[in-house]
Design a protein around this ligand. Sequence first.
Ligand code: UGA
Length: 441
Amino acid sequence: MNLAIIGTGYVGLTTGTCFAEVGHNVVCIDNNEVKVESLRQGKMPIYEPDLEEMIVTNVSAGRLTFSTDLAAAVRDCEIIFIAVPTPPHDDGSVDLSYIEGVTREIASILTPEMGYRVVVDKSTVPVSTGAKVYKVIERYSHRGVDVDVVSNPEFLREGSAVADLLHPDRIVIGSDSQRAMDLMKRVYQPFNAPIVEVDLASAELIKHAANSFLALKISYINAVSAVCEKAGADVELVAMGIGMDKRISRHFLNAGLGYGGSCFPKDVKGFINVAEQLGAPMEILKEVERVNEAQLERFVGRVRKKLWVLRNKRIAVWGIAFKQNTDDVRESVAVKLIKRLCDEGAIVTAYDPKAAETGAAALQGYSVTICDDMYDCVQDAEVLIVATEWKQFAMANLVKVRERMRLPIIFDGRNIIHGENAVHAGIEYHSIGRKNLYPNK
Ligand code: UGA
């Protein structure tokens, strides 16, 4: 099938590539000429495992192209996916101006002679957006165009986007038209995944409700971690014990510094906002946000208590990205942490396997030294903080770490280092929701 994807951000680029991978002809459209040109030359705008190889393969096979020509894409493709950003406004509501702008452009290109077209919303949007998209098309296109609007939210995680897209738990398709639904099912037939067929509004709600629920799970276990610290219990054991109940499941019960990224913070806010506007407030999500913020505060408080004052203390931070396997630092808790430490006058060094460049940009104006090597980063440090759950931090040579540090103290904000190993290496080990471990003197 001929598919157009508008927007080559995270969702657009990875979705378009995976559609090509399963055999569709895909054109990815972006209005940024420089980006389109560098994609044509095989240069990646983001780091995402396996994506580059897959793009190269599909471009050479002629199934994947990049272009700025929206009009040609609308003429050639029966299905047009919109995957443009939906950033938050200051009040938490969702900025839909990119969606509206692209919809108007599509509407102005459509003609009755082109035949049937399906406009699919892939971006995360508040409920009722699809209905508004349909209205805009009606308003700005020629009389007699034959169009349906579909909501098809995406559930990929950064860092494992390709695998998530190729092997999804489910595909959600929201449409009030059977014709559009049948066409969309053909798009997803090669994925061999369960398809949830729902109306437009329900599909839009599924996305906001899913992300908010996952954020709620994280805040729940983080709140439990605070109780564990007071009670001398172990949050990892509690998570295991409750997670073995299939109704709860162990996924997304990793206690840590809290959730970040371009999705959860924005989507929880967006859901709170739309629910309030609809007159059905989701107060529970305000508590989710509060716990998320308190988690970082509590952690910084513990580090401060350990060092007494942070001013002029050497603190090494492993991890700048908002999670492992990505260079994305948007709403990264690690970045927030580094800023807090700098504000309190600490001398901060930081290391991230992929997010050095994006991190440097996000930390502009803060006197943090970004290192090329994780062991150089801990040189003379009085505390090492693990802020992102990269595998290589879990596998670190802790003896080497101790030898390089001034005071051998680790604060593991992601509970990924084996505490006993740290203690054997002679390091004092603090983590989230577990007892502190001290080496034998
Ligand atoms: C999230 C959802 O997981 C995807 O299903 C969704 O498609 C995506 O948002 C989106 O809306 O586009 P993502 O933000 O890429 O994906 O990453 P996650 O793996 O969900 O992690 C989000 C944050 O939660 C990270 O900061 C991570 O460190 C944190 N987290 C995650 C925890 O603190 N504990 C956990 O148990 C899991």
